[in-house]
Design a protein around this ligand. Sequence first.
Ligand code: UDX
Length: 453
Amino acid sequence: MRVCVIGTGYVGLVTGVCLAHAGHHVICVDNNEEKVKLMKAGQSPIFEPGLSELMQETIASGLVEFTSDLEAGVAHGEILFIAVGTPPLPTGESDTRYVEAVARGIGHHLSEGYKVIVNKSTVPIGSGDWVRMIVMEGMAEQQAKTGGAPPPVEFDVVSNPEFLREGSAIYDTFNPDRIVLGSSSQKAIGLMQELYTTVVARTFAEDKTLPPVPVVSTDLSSAEMIKYAANSFLATKISFVNEVANICDRVGADITQVAKGIGLDSRIGGKFLQAGIGWGGSCFPKDVSALIHTADDYGYDAQLLKAAVSVNDRQRLLALEKLQQELKILKGKVVGLLGLTFKPDTDDMRDAPSLLLIENLNRLGAKVKAYDPIVSQSGLRHGLSGVIVENDPLHMAEGCDALVLVTDWQEFLTLDYGAIAQQMHQSLIIDGRNFLDRSALESLGYRYVGIGH
Ligand code: UDX
């Protein structure tokens, strides 16, 4: 099928390239010329494992093209994905101005033939109908400009939220737990199902023993709500386990064992029960706030969601609290952070717990150093203030009074902690993700402090 994906952030670029890999002919549109140039050369503007390789393969096969020409993209696609950002406003609402600009632009360039316009961005509930209205406004503006009879254009809007995780975005796209399609048009839903048939590994793979990926086909608003509810549930699940961890800390129980014990109940499930220093990233904070805001708009006080956020806000400062318990005065102390990104296998620093930790350590007069497998090697390090980003963990540990494991990068499991301890002023480690081998570290002479142990 002919597809146009507008916006080449995490969602758009991964979707476009995966659709091309599955045999569709995709044009990816972005208004950032620099980015387009980079992508044409097969280079990914974001760090996502396997993405550059897949880009190069699909560029070579001619199934993906990159352009800044929206008109060409709209003319090409029978399915048009809107995948631009919806960043949070200071109020917690989503900023939908980029979606609006794209919807209007689509309206300006629509020509003959039926099109499906797909909301892939996480948009406020009710946006499907709003996008239809803006596209029609765009069409009317174009008609007023050019005069003449309106073109016989027909289109439907579909909400098709993505659930991909950064760091495993490609795997998730080919192996989703479900596909959600929201529209009042059966024709549009049918075309979307056809589009995904070749994308979803399990439905077209040789292994027919695997069950097909379920498709939830519903109305626009329900599809939009599914995205918010899923992310809010997962964030709440983590806040729940973090709250239990804090109680474990006080009563002398071990959250790792408790999480295992409750996670084996199939009604609870073992995933997303990893206690730590809180959730971050581009999705959870933004989506939970947006859902709280939507509820507020309708006069409903979403108390459980607000509590999930406040537990998380407190959790993000837990490492600081533990440092104070261990070191007492932080003024003049040197703290080394292992990891800066909000989670491993990504270069994303959006809403990363490390940022708040750095800010507060600075406020209390501590010197902060850090090593991160990606940030240390990239230009991102220059954008950070209040922290000295070192190129290797050994160098970073020099003179440190404590290390804080902030991000559970696999690499941190195999560091030479014996050599690191030699560099430190005192060998204290706060494991903010309960990730490291406590007894191995203790046998090297470390004082080990985890979360909820
Ligand atoms: C999330 C959703 O998983 C994905 O479906 C959605 O489309 C986008 O948002 P992502 O932001 O990439 O994906 O991160 P995810 O892997 O879900 O982790 C979110 C945060 O929760 C991270 O800060 C992570 O460290 C934290 N987390 C996760 C925990 O603290 N404990 C856990 O058990 C799991």
